[in-house]
Design a binder for this molecule. Structure first.
Ligand code: NAD
Length: 240
């Protein structure tokens, strides 16, 4: 049976991605960082629907924890077909107020985390092949005012994806990005309803994205064998 590891897989977009792969018969592992009760609640929700994903705890920015997580993953399943680097954090701040610690924290999760997970995974994927999907952001493509650190980290993730796709193509490991626009999750809960309405007005398809929209794109990339190094925008035409 095929396997998938989704980082930050117990809520928001990650949870929808996990559900999409569970529905397609994959063995799915949900990585989570620290919120054990929320992780158990997500697992229970899937159990009620008849699915049995495994939970593995690791802060993706922590080298040791990531190595242990992937070690445990491979000792259980022996193979990894799809790695989705979804875990991410954002902060809204003008550059003058952005501390070096905040910058490092954002880069730690959004790009170092993806690097560490890929590094630990690829040795075991070589030979069998597989698919790595990094969840970037439209802001990594076009830049967002007051989100310089976040935009830069996602831009780095896009460059990382393009480079790694070339490096791993001879090993039959495909590496792609999904680049969401504005998706209706807790990450955007700081926005007022007026700000949300304004954003919707700027989305050509006329609605916010749903986590399932991003999940559909992940399934497409995982199961389309001749696509690598691509940045697939899922934003209803936003900011294009
Ligand atoms: P969310 O805040 O609901 O979920 C983020 C997930 O990442 C959570 O499960 C969180 O626990 C996990 N996480 C954070 N730090 C972690 C760490 N150190 N180790 C392991 N897990 C960690 O946000 P979301 O909207 O579901 O975002 C998912 C991804 O999509 C992120 O990478 C985000 O940048 C990206 N994205 C979101 C939007 C949007 O509009 N919501 C747009 C573009 C890109």
């Amino acid at each position: 049976m095929k396997t998938a590891l989704i980082t930050g897989g117990t809520k928001g977009i990650g949870k929808a991605i996990a559900f999409a792969f569970l529905q397609r018969g994959y063995e799915v592992v949900l990585n989570y960082d620290s919120d054990e009760p929320a992780a158990l609640a997500a697992q229970e929700e899937f159990n009620i629907m008849g699915y049995c994903p495994l939970l593995l705890r690791a802060d993706v920015s922590d080298e040791r924890q990531v190595a242990e997580m992937l070690g445990e993953f491979f000792s259980i399943y022996g193979r990894l077909d799809v790695l989705v680097n979804n875990a991410g954090i954002s902060r809204v701040n003008i550059i003058q107020n952005t501390t070096a610690e905040e910058w490092d924290k954002i880069f730690g999760v959004n790009i170092r985390g993806a690097f560490l997970c890929c590094r630990e995974a690829v040795d075991k994927m070589i030979g069998r092949g597989g698919s790595i999907i990094n969840i970037a952001s439209i802001w990594g493509e076009v830049g967002a005012s007051c989100e310089v650190a976040y935009s830069a980290s996602k831009g780095a993730l896009i460059a990382f994806t393009k480079a790694l796709a070339k490096e791993l193509a001879p090993s039959k490991i495909r590496v792609n990005c999904v680049s969401p626009g504005v998706i209706n999750t807790e990450m955007n809960s700081h926005l007022s309803s007026a700000e949300m309405d304004d954003l919707v007005d700027r989305i050509p398809l006329g609605r916010l994205g749903r986590p399932e929209d991003v999940a559909d794109a992940c399934v497409f990339l995982a199961e389309t064998p001749y696509v690598t190094g691509e940045i697939l925008s899922v934003g209803g035409g936003f900011a294009k």
